[in-house]
Every structure is written in structure tokens, then in C-alpha cells.
Design a protein around this ligand. Sequence first.
Ligand code: IDP
Ligand code: MG
Length: 156
Amino acid sequence: METTLIIFKPDAVQRGLMGRIMSRFEEKGLQIVGCKLMQISQDLAATHYEAHKDRPFYKSLVGFMTSSPVLVLAIRGNNAIAVCRKMMGATFGSNAEAGTIRGDFGVSNSFNLIHGSDSPEAAERELKLFFKDGEVLNFDRAVESWVYDMSGGKPE
Ligand code: IDP
Ligand code: MG
């Protein structure tokens, strides 16, 4: 099972879309194992997006991400990183596929509602940036054996 870091960006929180977007992940069968509303500091935004520091949009991206609270989530499931990225859709709202979160809820290329880790390495790094020890929980779900086919001994 993988765990990925998802952030509902300030536009998703301000527009009252937290519940609807979170429902998509729950309905998919993914498990929410960490969740908190927080205000991202300049330092945290800079660290989180350090790979983009030389890009022309970096300053406005950091400004946007620190402008208003975000909801950060740790989401777990089989291949959760790729599954969540697919559910998010392409980076730009203007060309994200219908049926994806970015495709259905936004049209902006910078206010694109949601962040998701893009690799296992990024997920490990980003989860540590946003969650302290003990804030990502391990717990059994009663429905687990109906979410995944476990007959082969592993989730299918
Ligand atoms: P991703 O969020 O789909 O992984 P990245 O390329 O990692 O996309 O970019 C990080 C974030 O930076 C995007 O989600 C978006 O908010 C912003 N961004 C990326 N490219 C542009 C751009 O060309 N103009 C404005 N904002 C951008
Ligand atoms: Mg990215």
C-alpha cells in the first residue's frame, strides 16, 4: 500500500469544495489516513516547491499557496500515488480532462485546486514536510475486503 500527500489548495478551501473533492477519494475506495487544515508558511511552501524555484511562476505559486488555509491529506491505497494523480487530472484546469478534479472544478492554470505527490520519493519527502510523527494513522477498515480482492493474498 502506498501513502501519498494531497493538498486541497487555497482556491478549493475558499470555494467550499473540500467535501466534494474529499468524497471523490473516499468513493474511489482510498483511505484517508491523515487530514488537517493549516496555513502554509513561506518557508514550508519554498521547501515543498523547491524543484520549481527557477520557474517563472514560482513566486506567484508560493504567494498563492500561502495566501489562505489549505487542507492537507495523507491518502492510502494500492498504487495511491498514480491513482490520485489520475483523479486530479492534468496540471492546467483549462485542458484537464472532464471527469478529473481539475477538469470538473476549475478553468485556471495556476489556481488548480489540488496538489498530489508525483512519485514514491516525493510522497515520502512531502508527507514528512506536512505531517509530524503520529499524525498519519494506521487503522483497519471494516470494508477493506470489499474494496480490494484479497483472495490472492494481496490487494488486487
Ligand atoms: P502538478 O501540480 O500537476 O504536479 P507542476 O508542474 O509540479 O504540476 O507545477 C506545480 C504547480 O505550479 C501547479 O500545480 C500549478 O499550481 C503551478 N504551475 C505550474 N505550471 C504553471 C504555469 O505555467 N503557470 C502558472 N502556474 C503554474
Ligand atoms: Mg508537481
